[in-house]
Ligand binder design. Structure first.
Ligand SMILES: Nc1ncnc2c1ncn2[C@@H]1O[C@H](COP(=O)(O)OP(=O)(O)OP(=O)(O)O)[C@@H](O)[C@H]1O
Length: 320
C-alpha cells in the first residue's frame, strides 16, 4: 500500500472530484462524487483516473465508483410560464413547509431574471464562500440553506447570461456543499429557457410544481412550461393557483381581481393534479419583503402553503 495520500497523485481538478482513493494489493479504488456530471464527463473522469493510476507499478487494476449522490438528493423544481406570478414566494414557503414535515431542505434560486430568495429568506448581502472549488450554501434565518444567482452576481447582471453561462451558474449552485440536505427545492426562471434545459439535462428533477395566476395568458404559458417538463420525462407534481381571491384588509370582502378557479380548471383539462390556491393577501407580500415568509405562520396565513407542502410531501413519498 502506498505510504503517501494517493490523492496527491492526481491533478487538482481531478482530486476535487475524488472523495476517496485507496491503493491496496495491486488494486486502486477511486470513489468519485458524480453530482451534476453528464455521461461524457463521467467517462472522461473514469478514463483519466485509469490512465494516471494505471501507470503505477503498484496498480494492476483500477476501479472507479461514481457515487449516486445525484439521485439521493432529490430535486423539486418550481416553475411558471411567466414572471411575477408568485413562483419565488411559493418556492420559499414550500421549502419551509417541506422542512417542517421532516425533509432536510436546501433552496436553489436559479431565477436569473429576478433572484429574490435572499430577500424573502432574509439573508441579502451575505455571500457564500467556496471550499474545494465548490460553494458553501448560505444559512438563512428560517433555517434553510440557500444558494442564489443573486449570490453570484450583482443584481440585474445575470440577465445578460445566455446558454452555457447560465447553465454553468446553475451547476455551481446545485453541485455545491449541500451536506445532509436531501431535498433541493429549485426556483427556476419563468418560461422555458437555457436554465430549464440545463436543469433537465444535468440534474433531472424528481418532479416539478407549476405556479400560475388564474389569468388566461399566464395559464397558457404555464401549460407550455408543463409540456417542457413532460417532454424531458420530469413529472409535473401539480399546479398551484396564486393570487386568487383578494381579501380586502378593510372590510374583509373577497374579490377576484385575476379571476378564480382557472388554474384548477386548466389542471383538469391538462390532466394534472391541482395542489391548491393561495389568496392575494397583502400580508404575504409584506412578509416576503421583510424576510418573514408566511409559511412561518402557523395560522390562516401559512395554511395554504402547508396544505400544498403536505401534498408535495405525499407525492415525494409515493415517487421515491
Ligand atoms: N399571494 C400573494 N399575495 C400577495 N402578494 C404576493 C402573492 N404572491 C406573490 N406576491 C408578491 O408578488 C410579487 C411577485 O412575486 P414573486 O417574486 O414570488 O413572483 P415570481 O413569479 O417569482 O416573479 P419573478 O419571476 O419575476 O421573480 C412579490 O412582491 C410577492 O411578494
Amino acid at each position: 500500500m502506498s505510504s503517501t495520500d494517493p490523492k496527491s497523485l492526481l491533478p487538482d481538478s481531478l482530486a476535487a472530484r475524488v472523495s476517496a482513493l485507496t491503493i491496496k494489493d495491486g488494486r486502486a479504488m477511486a470513489v468519485v462524487d458524480a453530482a451534476g456530471l453528464g455521461e461524457r464527463e463521467r467517462s472522461d473522469i473514469e478514463r483519466a483516473l485509469g490512465d494516471i493510476l494505471g501507470q503505477r507499478d503498484d496498480v494492476q487494476e483500477t476501479r472507479v465508483v461514481m457515487t449516486a449522490e445525484r439521485t439521493q438528493r432529490r430535486i423539486i423544481a418550481v416553475g411558471s410560464g411567466k414572471g411575477g406570478v408568485g413562483k419565488s414566494t411559493l418556492t420559499a414557503n414550500l421549502a419551509i413547509g417541506l422542512a417542517k414535515r421532516g425533509h432536510k431542505v436546501g433552496l436553489v434560486d436559479a431565477d436569473i431574471y429576478g433572484p429574490s430568495q435572499p430577500v424573502i429568506l432574509g439573508n441579502q448581502g451575505e455571500k457564500p464562500v467556496a471550499r474545494d472549488k465548490k460553494l458553501v450554501p448560505v444559512e438563512s434565518a428560517v433555517g434553510i440553506p440557500v444558494l442564489s444567482m443573486g449570490h453570484l452576481v450583482e443584481p440585474g447582471r445575470a440577465l445578460a447570461w445566455r446558454g452555457p453561462m447560465a447553465g454553468n451558474a446553475l451547476t455551481q449552485l446545485i453541485d455545491a456543499h449541500w451536506g445532509d440536505v436531501d431535498t433541493l427545492v429549485v426556483d427556476l426562471p419563468p418560461g422555458t429557457g437555457d436554465v430549464q434545459l440545463t436543469m433537465m439535462q444535468r440534474f433531472k428533477p424528481l418532479g416539478a410544481v407549476l405556479v400560475s395566476t388564474p389569468q388566461d395568458l399566464a395559464l397558457i404559458d404555464a401549460a407550455r412550461a408543463g409540456q417542457l417538463f413532460d417532454q424531458a420525462g420530469v413529472p409535473v407534481i401539480g399546479l398551484v393557483e396564486n393570487m386568487a381571491g383578494y381579501a380586502c384588509p378593510h372590510c374583509g370582502e373577497i374579490s377576484d381581481p385575476f379571476g378564480k378557479g382557472g388554474v384548477e380548471t386548466a389542471a383538469g383539462r391538462l390532466d394534472l393534479p391541482f395542489l391548491g390556491r393561495i389568496p392575494l393577501d397583502l400580508a404575504i407580500r409584506e412578509g416576503s419583503d421583510r424576510g418573514a415568509p408566511p409559511a412561518l405562520d402557523t395560522g390562516a396565513l401559512g395554511a395554504p402553503f402547508h396544505d400544498i407542502a403536505a401534498k408535495v410531501d405525499a407525492w415525494i413519498g409515493a415517487h421515491n
